[in-house]
Design a protein around this ligand. Structure first.
Ligand code: ZN
Length: 348
């Protein structure tokens, strides 16, 4: 039996420990979500709780595209990530395996093995690197650190070799060049120029804007040089149509699932970008603060500049402190147009 009041408290707190214990169906939309879904929380009286996704589906609810509640959590990856977040937030705490294990709720042995396997370094090595990078950041060497990180290629081995550069962290699943990925794409006409939309079976992996199809095609193949890439207009039609509606101001909330290769740091930046409401902007430093790394302004700018998924991850909503537009990977005029259209069409 579910204690509905406790479930609702977990939803209000977006308590990650509740993930996997129950899902919530929202009567008005017919969608069911994880307790931690980043979408706007529904009104309490519209919510029904279910222990499993199967029960929610049996009751007629469809899975949310954004939090994908039907997908199994990867509990070990989740545990390792919680350990990373704890180490980052508590650099001065006792970070011995025993203390960290007690904090995370796993045995020291299990923590050491799992963390090393998934993150590529031990918790101790991670903590040491974290302290160094924080020191460097406070010395305003953020740019060098970050550039070194981005140049490092992110494999766990190179990450440890460049432990100084460890501003972000790579999931062990990060694969360079999209190796083993199967990517389908389409190119359509849009108000901003030719629009390429590419996706894996898990979500949108690239959206780019350009003047001609050949260069869009070439840059996709460069970015994911080891992936299996094919054109599939029919498969990508729904995603492309959603983006076009969004560009026309008809669909302010673009909740397409994304599947991008990224470091944990980039992931955090991109999540923060997706939280910027349609029609608004944030400064690079505001985003740095939002992810809890106020000194990482340049690293945030770099993450924006390396965003693979235009519009869906709205890096165009990040501007300079003084209101200047800053940069845009797909051309500054397109950024200007996007922002002007959003301000003109803003509706909720
Ligand atoms: Zn959801």
């Amino acid at each position: 039996m579910l204690d509905e009041e406790k479930c609702w408290q977990a939803v209000l707190a977006r308590d990650s420990r509740a993930d996997g214990r129950f899902v919530m169906g929202v009567r008005s939309t017919g969608i069911y979500c994880r307790p931690t879904c980043p979408a706007k929380r529904p009104a309490r009286e519209r919510v029904r709780f279910f222990i499993t996704p199967a029960e929610a589906e049996a009751a007629g609810f469809r899975a949310c595209l954004r939090c994908q509640p039907q997908r199994e959590l990867e509990p070990q990856m989740e545990m390792a990530q919680r350990a990373c977040r704890y180490i980052e937030a508590n650099p001065d705490a006792d970070l011995s395996l025993a203390a960290l294990g007690a904090e995370i709720g796993v045995s020291p042995y299990h923590l050491q093995r799992t963390f090393k396997r998934l993150i590529g370094v031990t918790p101790h090595q991670y903590a040491v690197a974290q302290r160094r990078s924080q020191l460097k950041a406070s010395l305003k060497e953020g740019e060098t650190v970050t550039n070194a990180l981005y140049d490092a290629g992110y494999s766990p081995a190179s990450l440890y070799a460049n432990a100084d550069a460890q501003l972000g962290m790579t999931p062990a699943t990060y694969r360079r060049g999209g190796e083993g990925m199967s990517i389908a794409y389409t190119i359509v006409a849009s108000p901003l120029g030719r629009l390429l939309v590419a996706a894996t079976e898990r979500g949108v992996s690239a959206v780019s804007i350009g003047d001609d199809d050949a260069s869009l095609d070439a840059s996709l193949r460069r970015e994911y040089h080891s992936a299996d890439i094919r054109r599939d207009d029919a498969m990508l039609d729904p995603a492309a149509a959603a983006i076009l509606r969004h560009l026309e101001g008809q669909q302010p909330h673009l909740n397409l699932p994304v599947d991008v290769q990224a470091t944990a740091f980039q992931q955090r930046v991109w999540q923060a970008l997706r939280a910027i409401p349609y029609g608004s902007t944030r400064s690079y430093s505001a985003v740095a603060q939002a992810i809890g790394q106020p000194t990482a302004t340049r690293a945030v700018a770099h993450a924006c500049a390396t965003n693979h998924v235009a519009i869906v991850i709205p890096c165009h909503r990040v501007v300079r402190e003084n209101g200047d537009l800053g940069g845009y990977r797909w051309g500054i005029e397109r950024k200007r147009t996007l922002l002007a259209n959003e301000r003109a069409g803003e509706k909720f």
